[in-house]
Design a protein around this ligand. Structure first.
Ligand code: NAP
Length: 271
């Protein structure tokens, strides 16, 4: 990616630009924002982090987004979620111009993803895109396989399911009201887990030889970072499995870099 970006100033007059907005001082969000800035440095993407105080009003945040939408030098805008409770997340997501929506959360990008085949200019959310990228990198065949996604959030579970469907897997989406969860997961050749519950999926819930992608970012009983999957009991049964930390998280950031480049190229190649 860095080699590709290095050619942009000569070809297009500048490098891509990503602006990240962080409202408040949530420690986890501060880490995520720092990691995104570091990745931009590595890839050669110009980046700015706008830090706004926790008492920023919704109006102020929306005005900032509006200014960035109009700023020709900005290619990508990302508001680190969650935002403080007095600010509407929906309004924030809808305020970002869809062409600069590097997270792929804008309703128009979501709609494009759920069309039969997403069009090439549609921005796909980073985490589910990264899950598919990891399966591909591990050489996991997706077409014709039984895939189970646990979690139906707008940012992970639902788009992950759609991406698997686009690759011709037979997909089941499970959630907190699924009555026979372990029975469902034991059918899965591919299991993507995105629920937010530490070590929830155990070895007895997994089919021998399954490919397991753990999206969770949780804390175990000792406060250590862990996933939604109990790695110790699942790893011996899985053909491939992602660790936490060091699996989906870094790949998500990689896909964010890719989405920023995509937004930049969509703009400069249209001009
Ligand atoms: P979310 O919005 O809270 O959604 C959680 C989903 O899990 C919901 O659909 C919920 O079902 C389902 N669920 C909860 N408990 C369940 C249970 N006992 N059995 C079956 N399903 C259950 O969470 P999210 O934003 O998708 O995030 C999920 C996890 O991924 C979190 O740990 C988050 O930190 C992590 N994450 C990581 C990255 C990364 O880059 N690595 C990115 C995003 C998120 P209902 O719909 O029925 O409530």
């Amino acid at each position: 990616m860095a080699e590709q970006v290095a050619t942009f100033p000569a070809k297009y007059g500048r490098a891509p630009q990503l602006t990240v907005i962080l409202v408040g001082e949530d420690p986890a969000s501060q880490t995520y924002v720092r990691n995104k800035a570091k990745a931009c440095e590595v890839v050669g993407i110009d980046n700015t982090t706008l830090r706004m105080s926790a008492d920023t009003t919704e109006e102020e945040l929306l005005a900032t987004i509006d200014r960035l939408n109009k700023d020709e030098s900005v290619d990508g805008i990302l508001v680190q979620l969650p935002v403080p409770k007095h600010i509407s997340e929906v309004k924030v997501i809808e305020a970002i111009a869809k062409e600069k929506d590097v997270d792929g959360f804008h309703p128009l990008n979501t709609a494009a993803l759920w069309q039969k085949k997403p069009n090439s200019s549609c921005v796909v959310p980073c985490t589910p895109k990264g899950c598919i990228r990891l399966l591909d990198a591990a050489g996991v065949e997706i077409a014709g396989k039984n895939a189970v996604v646990i979690g139906r959030s707008q940012i992970v579970g639902l788009p992950a399911a759609k991406l698997l469907l686009d690759r011709n897997a037979t997909v089941s989406i499970c959630h907190s009201r699924t009555s026979n969860l372990a029975e469902m997961t034991r059918q899965a050749d591919i299991l993507i887990v995105a629920i937010g519950k530490a070590k929830f999926v155990t070895g007895d819930m997994v089919k021998e030889g399954a490919a397991v992608i753990d999206v969770g970012m949780d804390r175990d009983e000792n406060g250590a970072l862990c996933g939604d999957v109990d790695f110790a009991s699942v790893e011996p049964k899985a053909s491939v499995i992602t660790p936490v930390p060091g699996g989906v998280g870094p790949m998500t950031i990689c896909c964010l870099m890719e989405n920023t480049i995509q937004c930049f190229l969509n703009k400069v190649q249209k001009a």
